[in-house]
Design a protein around this ligand. Structure first.
Ligand code: HEM
Length: 153
C-alpha cells in the first residue's frame, strides 16, 4: 500500500515540477516579449489569475508529494541537519531553496491578486518583478539539487 502511494507521489511530483517550472519559464518569456502596454493590459488581467491559481495548485502538490517522498526515503532525520554526506547536503540545499521560493511565491501572489487590473505603486512593481525573477532563477537551482538527490537515491 505504502509503495503504491509513493509511486503515485513520484509521478505527481514530476508532473507538477514540469507544470510549475514550465509555467514560470513561459511567464518569464511572456514578460520579456510582450512589451506593448495596451497588449499587456488586455492579456494580464485574464491570464494572471488563471496562471496564479495553476501555480498555487502545482506548488501545494509539489510540497505534499515531496513530503511523502521524504518519508519514503527516511529523509526527515536529515532535515536541516547537514552531516557532511552528499545526500544531506543536496536535501538541505533543495529544501532551503524551496522555502525561499515558497515565500517569494506568496509575496508575488499577494501583490498580483491585490493589484490585478489596477495601477501599481513603485514599491509593488519592484517587489512583484523582483520576486518573479527570484522564483525563475531559484527554480533552476532547485532542479539541480533535485537531480543530485535523485542520482544518490
Ligand atoms: C518547488 C518545489 C520542488 C520541485 C520543483 C521539485 C522537483 C523535483 C524533481 C524534478 C525531481 C526528479 C529529479 C530526477 O528525476 O532527476 C524531484 C525528486 C525528488 N524530490 Fe522534489 N521538488 C520540489 C520539492 C520537494 C520537496 C519539498 C521535497 C521534500 C523533501 C522533495 C523531495 C524529493 C525527493 C525525495 C525526490 C526523489 C524521489 C525519488 O527518487 O523517488 N521535493 N523533485
Amino acid at each position: 500500500m505504502f509503495d503504491t502511494v509513493t509511486e503515485w507521489a513520484f509521478h505527481i511530483h514530476l508532473i507538477m515540477a514540469i507544470s510549475w517550472i514550465g509555467g514560470s519559464v513561459f511567464m518569464f518569456v511572456l514578460g520579456i516579449t510582450l512589451r506593448d502596454k495596451k497588449a499587456q493590459q488586455e492579456v494580464y488581467p485574464h491570464v494572471g489569475p488563471i496562471f496564479g491559481w495553476f501555480e498555487v495548485v502545482a506548488l501545494v502538490a509539489l510540497l505534499s508529494s515531496g513530503a511523502i517522498l521524504g518519508m519514503k526515503y527516511g529523509l526527515f532525520s536529515l532535515l536541516f541537519h547537514d552531516n557532511g554526506t552528499p545526500i544531506s547536503h543536496a536535501l538541505n540545499m533543495k529544501l532551503t531553496l524551496v522555502i525561499v521560493l515558497t515565500v517569494a511565491t506568496v509575496v508575488h501572489f499577494v501583490i498580483a491578486y491585490r493589484t490585478n487590473g489596477k495601477e501599481r505603486t513603485r514599491k509593488e512593481q519592484l517587489l512583484s518583478r523582483g520576486s518573479s525573477m527570484l522564483i525563475f532563477f531559484l527554480n533552476l537551482f532547485v532542479m539541480h539539487y533535485a537531480i543530485v538527490l535523485r542520482n544518490i537515491l
